[in-house]
Design a protein around this ligand. Structure first.
Ligand SMILES: [Zn+2]
Length: 63
């Protein structure tokens, strides 16, 4: 079994705005801007948090 990883599918310049689970093609996570403009760290953290939730809920692995 391959471990699921987070794969970025959409970039805004150098900022990841959308990422999908490598083993669930229909599972994608989007980062939303909480400030006036997208922040790299903020977006990375949003995607990581969404992916960690997905891992726990659907892959039953501890984040
Ligand atoms: Zn998955």
């Amino acid at each position: 079994m391959k471990n699921p990883t987070l794969r970025v599918t959409k970039w805004l310049a150098n900022i990841p705005v959308e990422a999908c689970c490598s083993t669930c093609p229909d599972k994608c996570f989007k980062a939303a801007s909480t400030q006036h403009r997208p922040e790299l760290l903020d977006f990375q953290q949003q995607l990581m948090r969404a992916f960690e939730r997905h891992l726990v809920l659907e892959h039953k692995s501890a984040a």
